[in-house]
Design a protein around this ligand. Structure first.
Ligand code: GLN
Length: 452
């Protein structure tokens, strides 16, 4: 049914870069066979799923929406993919995204944009716009995204879906094509909080193949989602981030936000305002740290190891082939990040830029730590504005970067955060973001399920 739905609507939505019809049917039959053989499978066995194209999938094209990886078929599965297969889930295909996960609208895909199923003239968010649109458009019930600065939560907010960024290190980065290694976090996308938690449970947990993976048990996110669904938040302390309470946000978004906070109070939560004075520096710090790490990570695309190879005619030097390949293979936004990052890391500038940004990161972490001494969770709108028209923010990179104003602090800190649909503004979805302390992922699911 999902393959039929994809065939019917994806010509207009363009959520997928690759649909694996044959593989999906084969995987579904394999689940039946495992069941028939008496294997006891989990609650998501047989359930279809769409995978963001930045996740390595064995034998299946994986491009990170870049020309430089066109035609690459990974020889191995990412850990999240291995766990999805072990759970008996059925992969439908690979979803569109901003190239190498750099962007907030999916317009920076080298293969053309994805369109928001709510309004096909508008963006589905990014970088994981394909995963969010697939779920919002009923092409897949579940999807995997990755969140470095907001790429699961912001697409969730603007497509009316649920998107969770787990605690950094709570889900494995093994087999995730690296953008910014100290921030990248794979996570679940779904239409309900409980579905999101069920998928979270499948993909999370320690992985010895990822050196930053946390060797602790996964918080019981499914039980928390069920508890939250009872709608009782008595005794829960919710902090409103003072710095994210209006400035720069659309009035319609703020109106939904205020109504949702009001609803939390009615469910019994105690709501207080909390100041996080360094959050205002998160965006500039992120746009030094993420490009710095990306400039190093993307050095591996050297015309030798993967995909594209340009100018290899026997006359050009190896260096010429590398630079011709990178010139042709990377899009403008990726090049911009590599240049910013290379500059910020260069000797003489390192202390002034990268070093300063790391200090700001520490201050933001302290803001979170002291906030969580006062409250159980922090909330804010997920994003300052609803889905914008295609082309509206591509002329000025800063306008695009603002989409993640409220999501980035969490990545710098490393804690979990979720976006849950909170209402509509002018007919377009608005998300509430719930942020929790590291390894307290269950807490955000409880609140999210109560809000839903
Ligand atoms: N929009 C942010 C960026 O462009 C976040 C991307 C992400 O989370 N992958 O870097």
């Amino acid at each position: 049914a999902h393959l039929d739905r994809i065939a019917e609507v994806d010509g207009r939505v363009h959520a997928f870069l690759h649909v694996d019809d044959a593989g999906a049917v084969e995987a579904a039959r394999a689940v039946d066979a495992r069941r028939a053989a008496g294997e006891k499978l989990g609650p998501l066995a047989g359930v279809p799923i769409a995978i963001k194209d930045v996740i390595a999938t064995k034998g299946i094209p994986t491009t990170a929406a870049s020309k430089i990886l066109e035609g690459w078929r990974p020889p191995y599965d990412a850990t999240v993919m291995t766990r999805i297969r072990e759970a008996g889930m059925v992969m439908l295909g690979k979803t569109n995204m901003d190239e190498f996960a750099m962007g907030s609208s999916t317009e920076y895909s080298a293969y053309g944009p994805t369109y928001n199923p709510w309004d096909l003239t508008r963006i589905p968010g990014g970088s994981g716009g394909g995963s969010a649109a697939a779920v919002a458009g009923y092409e897949a019930p579940l999807a995997i995204g990755t969140d470095t600065g907001g790429s699961i939560r912001q697409p969730g907010a603007v497509t009316g879906t649920v998107g969770a960024k787990p605690t950094y290190g709570g889900t494995s980065r093994y087999g995730l094509i690296a953008f910014s290694s100290s921030l990248d976090t794979p996570g679940p996308v779904a239409r309900t909080v409980l579905d999101t938690a069920l998928l979270h449970e499948v993909i999370a947990g320690h992985d010895p193949r990822d050196s930053t993976s946390i060797p602790l048990p996964v918080p019981d996110v499914v039980a928390a989602a069920r508890q939250g669904a009872t709608g009782d938040l008595t005794g829960v302390r919710v902090g409103l981030v003072k710095e994210f309470s209006g400035e720069g946000a659309e009035p319609g978004v703020m109106a939904v936000y205020r109504d949702t906070v009001e609803a939390l109070t009615k469910l019994g939560a105690e709501v207080v305002e909390v100041s996080c004075p360094h959050f205002q520096y998160a965006l500039p710090a992120y746009y030094l740290i993420a490009p710095s790490e990306c400039s190093s990570n993307l050095a591996r695309f050297d015309a030798v190891r993967f995909g594209l190879r340009v100018g290899d005619d026997g006359r050009n030097s190896l260096e010429d082939v590398m630079s011709l390949t990178r010139e042709a293979g990377f899009g403008d936004e990726v090049k911009r990040r590599i240049i910013i990052g290379t500059y910020a890391l260069s000797s003489g500038y390192y202390d002034a830029y990268y070093g300063q940004a790391q200090k700001v990161r520490t201050l933001i972490t302290r803001d979170f730590t002291s906030a969580f001494e006062q409250v159980d969770v922090l909330v804010s709108p997920t994003t300052p504005f609803t889905a914008f028209e295609l082309g509206a923010r591509t002329a000025d990179p800063y306008q695009m970067y603002l989409a993640d104003l409220y999501t980035i602090p969490t990545n710098l800190y490393g804690g979990p955060a979720i976006s849950v649909p909170a209402g509509l503004s002018d007919g377009l979805p608005v998300g509430l973001q719930i942020m929790a302390p590291t390894m307290a992922d269950d807490r955000m699911y409880r609140i999210a399920a109560a809000v839903e």
